[in-house]
Ligand binder design. Structure first.
Ligand code: ZN
Ligand code: FE
Length: 507
């Protein structure tokens, strides 16, 4: 295909991506002007105008294009814009570098549940075993005994027990916990006059998580807590890339929703192609070798009541077709990795299989994509990334008063400390009873990437970079009702050589 045709095709697919059709006359006109100007840039202007109309047209006709061409042509001729300058100079570094990508963990090919009671028992058994093992890797928990042994100890004995929190009752006077291991259960008291540090720790406990509690045995089989130990991750130096390659982390496109920010997302794609932003932005773009998408690619159908009113595209396959049009515009030297979110066409229960081909064929056909399950682990340029959509962040934020929606990285940090992606069972996050608990964080990631909350945030915790990658959806009616203000159109870009983050805004 010649460059001319290539550019023309890009302009057309850009219009389609933005939800517009071109009729034959309009296409011929676009072809005729493409000899003197960049048709994609021109199309960007056309779409901008179409967006500003009180009633958005479905077709872009020749007359409309002609009017805009008349107004914009001279200005562009006389004074080349930053966009076209950057394009001329754009020689992406990442294009010269071969990709190094390894899928370390992908639940998608191992999922096997039917959902019987026996499976749930097996699932919880596995969860307990795995987390107990992680806890016992700590020096300060090695002397922990089983609950049954703890019962045999004399009064006032100091002990450590490991168990799953199955109940948490708080009152002004005290906190009562029910702790269970595989054989037995015990009630643990945290008195109101306990040290502040202990009360704070107890306040952070989530149901169904596994912890070690240091206790003093009281009378009548009641145990009094004096410390709580999370499995946590050890402090260490993360692995980094030997070359200055970058990964762009995104999530929550919600293609198909009326509030999907197609223009801003197109700007992001233009940027990846070296056609948007100043020379510094273009330099960063040229180093992007990996694009990771942590779920909610489309808005889906029937995800919540009355969603249909907020949909611009009411057919999930068509939503994926449009998403595929966008993905097609990603430079081909960039590796694209995607996982599903709760809005995608995969089953909703975690772990989620990869987005199924029968609904999302277009995504698989338009360009090469690594389509994995949720959660998944990949290693890119030597850096291990745990990718998780983040459904359970809702549960963490709702159940703990000191963690809020505008600091999703804090909720993510707590998941790392729990060494589990969805500690609480039976809340908003559906969990399938796989014989193995894929949600235990067995491996310590260099980067922990999630989305779902629609707010960008990042922090470094004990060597791990925690990133929440925001969204490409303006505030929805539901979010408004809940008082959530999203931070959309902002992309955290990670330098894999240093794990430094640059956030670029396309909004
Ligand atoms: Zn979302
Ligand atoms: Fe989500």
């Amino acid at each position: 295909m010649s460059t001319h045709e290539e550019e023309l095709r890009k302009a057309v697919s850009y219009a389609l991506s933005a939800g517009y059709q071109l009729d034959k006359d309009a296409f011929e006109f676009l072809d005729s002007i493409s000899k003197t100007k960049d048709p994609a840039e021109f199309m960007e202007e056309v779409i901008k105008r179409a967006e500003s109309l009180p009633e958005k047209p479905y077709f872009l006709d020749r007359q409309f294009l002609e009017e805009i061409a008349k107004e914009t042509l001279p200005a562009i001729e006389e004074e080349p814009s930053i966009i076209s300058q950057a394009k001329k100079l754009f020689k992406p570094f990442a294009k010269e570098i071969s990709s190094q990508i390894k899928v370390v963990e992908n639940p998608a090919d191992k999922i096997s549940t039917s959902g019987s009671i026996e499976e749930y028992l097996e699932y919880f058994h596995d969860r307990f075993k795995r987390l107990e093992r992680l806890l016992r890797q700590r020096i300060d928990t090695r002397d922990a005994v089983s609950i049954r042994e703890a019962y045999k100890a004399p009064a006032n004995a100091k002990l450590k027990v490991i168990g799953m929190i199955t109940e948490k009752r708080e009152s002004k006077r005290r906190i009562l916990l029910r702790l269970e291991d595989l054989e037995s259960a015990v009630t643990v008291l945290i008195p109101a006059n306990a040290k502040r540090e202990l009360l704070e720790k107890a306040g952070m406990l989530l149901l169904d998580q596994v912890v070690c509690i240091s206790v003093v045995k009281g009378r009548r089989n009641l145990f009094i807590a004096d410390d709580i130990i999370w499995p946590d991750i050890p402090k260490r130096k993360p692995k980094t890339a030997s070359e200055p390659v970058y990964a762009a982390l995104i999530s929550d496109l919600h293609v198909g929703s009326k509030t999907f920010m197609r223009k801003e997302f197109s700007n992001f794609l233009f940027w990846l192609n070296g056609k948007y932003g100043n020379s510094k932005a273009a330099e960063i773009a040229g180093k992007v070798k990996y694009l990771i998408v942590a779920g909610d690619i489309v808005d889906g159908i029937g995800v919540y009541p009355q969603q249909i009113r907020e949909l611009a595209i009411k057919d999930i396959s068509k939503q994926y077709e449009l998403a595929a049009e966008f993905f097609e515009q990603i430079p081909d030297y960039i590796d694209v990795i995607i996982i599903p979110g709760n809005h995608d066409a995969s089953r909703k229960a975690l772990p989620q299989p990869a987005i199924p081909k029968d609904y999302a064929e277009a995504i698989y056909e338009k360009r090469k994509i690594y389509s994995l399950g949720d959660p998944a682990i990949v290693e890119v340029h030597g850096v291990e990334i745990l990718i998780y959509h983040g459904r359970s962040l809702d549960d963490v934020i709702v159940s703990l008063p000191n963690i809020e929606f505008n600091n999703p990285e804090k909720a993510m940090r707590l998941l790392l400390q729990c060494r589990h992606l969805a500690p609480t069972y039976g809340a908003k996050t559906p969990i399938a009873p796989e014989p193995r608990d894929f949600l235990v964080i067995e491996r310590i990631p260099d980067i922990f990437h999630a989305g779902h909350v629609h707010v960008v945030g990042y922090e470094y915790y004990r060597g791990t970079l925690i990133v929440n990658s925001g969204a490409w959806q303006r505030q929805t009616a539901y979010q408004k009702k809940m008082g959530l203000t999203p931070v959309p159109g902002v992309v955290p870009i990670v330098n894999l050589q240093t794990l430094e983050v640059t956030c670029l805004s396309f909004a």
